[in-house]
Structure formats: C-alpha cells, structure tokens
Design a binder for this molecule. Structure first.
Ligand SMILES: Cc1cc2nc3c(=O)[nH]c(=O)nc-3n(C[C@H](O)[C@H](O)[C@H](O)COP(=O)(O)OP(=O)(O)OC[C@H]3O[C@@H](n4cnc5c(N)ncnc54)[C@H](O)[C@@H]3O)c2cc1C
Length: 300
C-alpha cells in the first residue's frame, strides 16, 4: 500500500494540533459504520483491542436559542424529545431497526448479489417520502433539523434519493448499533487495518505518492482509492488500464504525473496509538526501488 502522506490513515488520522498535546481526529471522529458495515463487522474492532465508545445520544443538531434536537440510542426517548413529530420519526425508523443488518447489507452491497427482498421492500416504501421533501415529512423545526443534518452526511443535493438513503441508514443506526467513537481516536481504526494488511503479507509505504498507473511497482494487481473525478472516462485515464475500486467495485484510475519524481525511503508504517505530529511529504515522493517512469509519448 502506497500512501502519499508520512502517516497512514487519511481522514482517519488522529493528531496533536494547535501546539498542544491534545489529540484531534482531523476528519472522521464518529463512526456509525464501524459496528454496522459488513466489512467492519467482519473486522471486529473490539476483538482487535479497539473498544467502541457510545454516548447515550448518538447524534444531535444544535438549534438557535433552544436545546439541541437529539437522536438518543433509545428510540422512545428520541420520539418523546421530538414531541408531535415523535411518531413521524418512529414510523420509518422502527421497521428498519427490526431488520437493521439486512438493510445495512443491502445499502452497502456492491449490487452484485440478489438483494434481500424484505430489506428492499422496506426501503422502497420509505425512500420516496424522504427523497421528495427536505425533512422527510416532519413538521417541527427540531425534528426536521435532526433528520436533515443526518441526510446531509451524504454531501449531495437535498432532498434526493441519495440523501434520503443516507438519512434512513444513519438515522436508524442511531437506535441500533449507534454512532460510536473508537477509543484512542480514529487512528486506532487505521492501525487495526494496517496490521491486517501486514498480517496478510502486505507492506505499507508512506511518503510515496502514486500519480500514474505506471508508477506502481511491477508486481501485484492494483486497487486504487482516489477521487471519482479521475475514474475512467476522464481523458487522463491511460488506455488499456483498469483498476478496481474496493469500495464500489467500479473501475477507475489515477491521473498522470505532472513533475519528475525524487527518491524517498519508505518503510513499514508504525501504527502507534499516540502518533507524532506529521509533516506533508510533498507531491513527488517515489519508492526508491521502482524503475524510472516510462517516458510519456508525445501527446500522451
Ligand atoms: C472535517 C471532516 C469530518 C469528517 N467526519 C466524519 C465522521 O465523523 N465520521 C465519518 O464516518 N466520516 C467523516 N468524514 C468523512 C471521512 O473522513 C471520509 O469519508 C473518509 O476519510 C474517506 O476515506 P477514503 O479512504 O476514501 O479517503 P481518505 O481518508 O481521504 O484517504 C485517502 C488517502 O489516500 C492518500 N492519497 C491520495 N492521493 C494519493 C496518491 N496519488 N498517491 C498515494 N496516496 C494518495 C491520501 O494521503 C490519504 O491518506 C469527515 C470528513 C471531514 C473532511
């Protein structure tokens, strides 16, 4: 695995910031998918020594001049707090909670296996109501803010089928497996995954930026994680190459290098529970053992 940054983790990094010893999760801090997604369930963080810590309130939305709207782990408490919207919150969430694992597996599946019909029916009858209106038919400001805040985790248009799916997925998880934080910070999750890679014979190289399919070492089958903007179809995607995206099963590739590369010495990544402050490696680091990149064809 080749990581451009000096430390692995990406959005899972935990670092001391602002000249203090206090550790911050620099991006992801709260992990509703950690106890819920099929992959993370199979990984079992707790068995790897990373307890998932829960607050009685899974998530909340602050409101101007009044108490925040809260989704408690307890559905009844949530509905009670949402007043006259309580039943409107319960109605879509309760059936999803009762089939939560099936619903999650369906929503996160690669769509390559036949969907669980009961989970499919549950979603098919609930998604439209959420997808058509911001706030999903809720009437009070607090409930609408709570649901919309959850839907907005999809980082897309509101309302939309995608944001509705996110609202139902993350919304019902608040009352099932919860929205926990990993003890030790999000970096602990990256450390567990790194140990798995190494246990399975993989090696992790940090400070190595890969900007072209031809930059990879000559062996192995590539699996990239990069921006959708660089998926095939982009004019910069080299012809005749394809790479599998582990998250979606979609083929995609990286752009070509923009500058010459310099040698840098990578090594297996220490996955320390208390990480040092990191420094950005710069965009042109390269594995010292790799062959020089092929010269680009004119117009290539
Ligand atoms: C402020 C903020 C708060 C968030 N909070 C949460 C939260 O609480 N809960 C949650 O679940 N999600 C949260 N997210 C979203 C979450 O961080 C991302 O969804 C997640 O990090 C995406 O993971 P990824 O592996 O796809 O990409 P990334 O985490 O971005 O990892 C990509 C990695 O690839 C490396 N890389 C990129 N280009 C190259 C290259 N050319 N060569 C080599 N390496 C390269 C990068 O350095 C990086 O380490 C938050 C995001 C932000 C920005």
């Amino acid at each position: 695995m080749f990581e451009a940054h000096q430390r692995i983790g990406g959005g899972l990094r935990t670092e001391a910031l602002f000249d203090s010893e206090i550790l911050h999760d620099i991006c992801a801090a709260v992990h509703p998918m950690a106890p819920a997604s099929p992959f993370m369930r199979s990984l079992d963080l707790e068995a790897h020594g990373v307890p998932l810590l829960h607050s009685p309130a899974a998530c909340g939305h602050p409101l101007q001049g009044r108490p925040a709207a809260l989704a408690w782990r307890d559905l009844d408490a949530t509905c009670a707090g949402l007043g006259r919207d309580g039943q409107r919150w319960r109605r879509p969430m309760l059936p999803l909670m009762e089939r939560s694992a099936d619903v999650v597996d369906l929503m996160l599946s690669t769509q390559r296996t036949p969907p669980n019909p009961k989970a499919l029916a549950l979603l098919a009858t609930r998604l439209p109501a959420q997808a058509l209106r911001v706030g999903g038919g809720l009437r009070t400001e607090a409930a609408r803010a709570l649901l919309t805040g959850v839907a907005a985790h999809g980082i897309g248009r509101l309302p939309s089928p995608a944001s509705a799916a996110v609202a139902l997925l993350l919304g019902h998880l608040a009352h099932t497996t919860g929205w926990p934080v990993p003890q030790g910070g999000s970096q602990a999750v990256a450390a567990v995954m790194a140990r798995q890679i190494e246990r399975l014979g993989g090696r992790i190289h940090t400070g190595v930026r890969v900007d072209d399919l031809r930059d990879r070492p000559p062996a192995g089958s590539p699996s990239w994680t990069s921006r959708p903007a660089n998926w095939p179809g982009s004019p910069r995607c080299p012809r005749g190459t394809s790479a599998r995206c582990p998250a979606t099963g979609t083929d995609r590739a990286l752009p070509r290098p923009t500058s010459s590369s310099t040698a840098r010495s990578p090594g297996p990544t220490p996955a320390s529970p208390r990480p040092p402050r990191s420094t950005w490696a710069g965009p042109t680091a390269r594995h010292r053992n790799w062959p020089e990149p092929r010269r680009r064809r004119p117009g290539g």
